[in-house]
Design a protein around this ligand. Structure first.
Ligand SMILES: *Cc1c(COP(=O)(O)O)cnc(C)c1O
Length: 379
């Protein structure tokens, strides 16, 4: 059976990237490697829309999140976590693992954080040193308003804004420098179109100043040490040579497409997917502000969402995603970030129609597909 990967990470890797990564391994301190890292780091700055250094860590995205806590905060420091889902929860757990005191702004899954609540929390407690949030909460398919929250945090000299943009960078606009986002994290297996294994973290001057005073243990995830090495086109430990060669290739492809066009494609795919499921009479899970990275869809009444996810995989070779925690069985998630295009959406929607029919749910074949086509043909 032909396989299709339509999960919100890992995502498909383009053939150009796969073939670049299949070349014989070169040594990470050898002269041939230095220009590769040089190009990748500069193109990452382009993608992150920043002049700040973007450190490349050998880890999954969570390693980048960990580095964004232990390098900047001390035990006993206060952090404000904006928690709207599974990944918001992760910020709280990481902070607590390093003895950071967490105050949470929690919203029900499916909702976006109201920036005014962030302002109120910071006004009330100016000792909060960092605000941690997701630009795109992958567990619910909701995008939080990074720009509005950045406007609130930026003027506060003693507070930094840390954004998990793991399903946002390369999907929709995150103006790191213009908006004044201090730390931005992404991971390789999402919109970067790479296998899992790299985390990329940009750090502003305001955050570096805080790092100078941070005493938490940091042997492996030591961003200052990584920054010193990056200046020499090296990493502190052995570089993930093949992944960085792949990263350079993926960034080259994104540059050739152009950032606006990448965002435009992601928007079109998201619009088409939403329209398709609505046309099938299904409800989208986000109550507001859906992310363009993926579409979370509510299972119709009487249909087990987990069964939709399973049948997509078992019957049609499509790996999408189910719901997490209390959403298990209630929703399924179709990703359209990274190396995705028109027919990935068509595949997902037409297979969902067939799966629903197989589960005894009334479906008019082609109704979802047609709604997607209306949008996709306007390319
Ligand atoms: C994928 C993802 C992560 C990182 O997960 P890893 O398994 O560590 O790569 C973090 N935040 C969000 C929003 C994600 O989508």
């Amino acid at each position: 059976m032909k396989k299709y990967l339509l999960a919100p990470g890992p995502t498909p890797v383009p053939p150009e990237v796969l073939s670049a990564m299949s070349l014989p391994i070169i040594h990470h301190r050898a002269p041939e490697f230095l220009p590769v890292l040089d190009e990748a780091k500069k193109d990452l700055q382009w993608l992150f829309q920043t002049k700040n250094d973007v450190m490349i860590l050998v880890s999954t995205g969570t390693g980048g999140m960990v580095a964004s806590v232990n390098n900047f905060l001390n035990p006993g420091d206060k952090a404000l976590v904006l928690n709207g889902g599974k990944f918001g929860e992760r910020w709280t757990k990481i902070c607590q693992a390093f003895g950071v005191q967490v105050e949470e702004i929690k919203v029900e899954w499916g909702y976006a954080i109201d920036p005014q609540t962030v302002k109120a929390a910071l006004d009330k407690d100016p000792s909060i040193k960092a605000v941690y949030m997701q630009a795109s909460e992958t567990s619910t398919g909701v995008a939080h308003d990074t720009k509005a929250i950045a406007e609130i945090v930026k003027p506060r000299a003693n507070t930094i804004l840390v954004v998990d943009a793991i399903t946002a960078i390369g999907v929709f606009d995150i103006k790191t420098d213009d908006w004044g986002v201090d730390i931005v994290v992404t991971g390789s297996q999402k919109a970067l179109m790479l296998p899992p294994g790299l985390a990329c973290v940009s750090v502003s001057d305001k955050a570096w100043a805080m790092a100078d005073k941070a005493k938490n243990s940091k042997f492996y995830f030591n961003l200052k040490k990584e920054r010193e090495n990056l200046a020499k086109n090296q990493t502190a430990f052995t570089s993930a040579v093949s992944l960085i060669i792949g990263l350079r290739e993926a960034l080259k492809m994104m540059k050739a497409e152009g950032l606006e066009n990448v965002f435009g494609r992601q928007q079109r795919l998201a619009d088409a997917t939403r329209a398709a499921y609505k046309a099938l009479g299904m409800e989208l899970f986000p109550k507001q502000s859906p992310s363009n990275a993926l579409t979370a869809v509510c299972a119709p009444a009487g249909v087990d969402g987990q069964q939709i996810y399973k049948d997509l995989r078992v019957k049609y070779g499509i790996t999408a995603a189910g719901g997490q925690d209390h959403l298990k069985g209630k929703i399924f998630r179709i990703a359209h970030l990274g190396y995705a295009d028109t027919f990935d959406v068509i595949t997902a929607v037409s297979a969902t129609e067939m799966v629903l029919k197989g589960l005894g749910h009334p479906v008019e074949f082609g109704k979802g597909v047609a709604a997607a086509q209306e949008i996709l043909c306007k390319k």
